[in-house]
Design a protein around this ligand. Structure first.
Ligand SMILES: [Zn+2]
Length: 62
């Protein structure tokens, strides 16, 4: 049951809109650089992954 719930959480996270931290342009998941200003998106993905992991860990504790 936990797996199903976690999968739906991951899907929700994947469909979340992400925006470039430098110029605010909407980012498609999988882009390595911002298509508008060329900024590296590593920080954005790290932040995104951290939130996702936190969300999944919380679910396990409940
Ligand atoms: Zn940008």
């Amino acid at each position: 049951m936990f797996i199903k719930e976690n999968i739906s959480k991951v899907m929700t996270f994947l469909y979340q809109t992400k925006n470039c931290l430098s110029c605010g342009v909407r980012i498609r998941f999988g882009d390595i650089d911002c298509p508008h200003c060329g900024a590296e998106l590593e920080d954005l993905y790290i932040e995104w992954a951290t939130k996702l992991l936190r969300s999944l860990n919380c679910e396990e504790r409940n």
